[in-house]
Design a protein around this ligand. Structure first.
Ligand SMILES: [Zn+2]
Length: 358
């Protein structure tokens, strides 16, 4: 898969393929991202020794805040690939880059198979916050969220800040939960409370505070123009507001967060030869310098038409892409089960009601 798109660009000037290849594969990469080279043994070690957040600090050295780990070949022993710093909520881990992949291909497959977990943003949605084994499994599949590219070659090593990883995850989940619960007033209240309790973590993630609006002319941000529920006489009062208020705030928040985290988007044109004749075709494509930007872009793509966003299966709780707007379950089997239960539920009530009152 490596270079598949690059080749399609290079085809037209076939004599310069190698030249073009290097030109297009030097960072920042336009279409591709890297998986991380993480083995099953790596994942097992992390599960056994790092647990959640700072669990692993009990048995490993914790360094002063000013002491940063240096780049260099991947350490052979896992304890040397972990770096705990004072004042942080999780360690840094050293990982090597793996093969490149085309994230839009993965997204297309996820949509085709109706399974959001096959796409980076769908899998990211499912991780348990702070559970480092999940971060490793995610990076094995889709790579680190951000990466300072040096050569972009397989095996390039770097330190991933898991505190930052989980802060970003918190911010993403905050927005996902709002979006998923927007038509359920109790769910929406729960989602806003969840955010209120984690605001410091959410705001630690750049480039600006939660819901901020980019000023497109300057490298500045305006604060969220809507009214957060806790700004209405405290969180308890604020959450008692009508659904319409919470819904509107939610929609505005999703809108601004989407803009904020896709700011680094660059639109580039791809060139491909057309059939047998000698003509070429140009196509615009959005590209990102981080998987973080990609994840928001894919979420944006999901909700750019209302019927295409993922849903939570009412029978089993699994997220899925609905085949049509009426699907409320992930498979036809679950749909049938749910309909049966629903029928039973709907027909239970009147019987109870019709009982004569003693
Ligand atoms: Zn299901």
């Amino acid at each position: 898969m490596d270079g598949r798109l690059l080749l399609s660009i290079g085809q037209v000037t076939s004599r310069n393929v190698s030249k073009d290849h290097s030109k297009f594969s030097t960072p920042p990469l336009e279409f591709l991202w890297w998986r991380a080279d993480i083995t099953k043994e790596d994942v097992r070690w992390v599960r056994q020794n790092l647990g959640r957040f700072l669990d692993g600090a009990k048995n490993l050295q914790v360094f002063p805040e000013t002491f940063k780990p240096t780049n260099g070949p991947i350490a052979r022993e896992w304890p040397h690939r972990v770096h705990f710093s004072e004042g942080k909520t999780a360690p840094l881990v050293q990982i090597p880059l793996g093969e490149k992949y085309d994230y839009r291909n993965e997204y297309t497959r996820a949509r085709r198979e109706g399974d959001p977990h096959l796409s980076p943003h769908g899998m990211f949605r499912e991780l348990e916050n702070g559970f480092h084994e999940h971060a490793m499994q995610f990076m094995e599949q889709f790579g680190p969220l951000t990466w300072k590219v040096v050569s972009g070659r397989r095996g390039e090593e770097g330190w991933v800040d898991l505190a930052d990883f989980w802060d970003r995850h918190t911010r993403f989940i905050a927005v996902m939960q709002l979006w998923e619960s927007r038509f359920d007033v109790e769910g929406l209240r729960k989602s806003w409370r969840w955010i209120y309790e984690r605001l410091d973590r959410i705001n630690r993630v750049g480039p600006a505070e939660f819901g901020a609006v980019p000023n497109w002319n300057f490298d500045k941000f305006y604060e969220f123009p809507g009214v957060f529920p806790w700004k209405r006489g405290g969180i308890e009062n604020g959450l008692q507001n009508a659904h319409s208020f919470l819904l509107q705030t939610t929609q505005e928040l999703v809108h601004y967060e989407l803009n904020l985290h896709t700011q680094e988007c660059r639109q580039i044109w791809t060139m491909q030869s057309v059939g047998k004749d000698q003509d070429v075709r140009f196509e615009p494509i959005r590209s990102y310098g981080s998987l973080w930007g990609v994840i928001w872009d894919l979420f944006g793509q999901d909700i750019s038409t209302l019927t295409h966003g993922w849903r939570v299966c009412l029978e089993c709780g699994r997220r899925f892409y609905p085949k049509d707007h009426r699907s409320v379950c992930c498979t036809s089997k679950h749909q049938a089960l749910w309909s049966k239960r629903k029928w039973a539920r709907d027909h239970r009530k009147p019987r109870i009601l019709s009982k004569p009152v003693p």
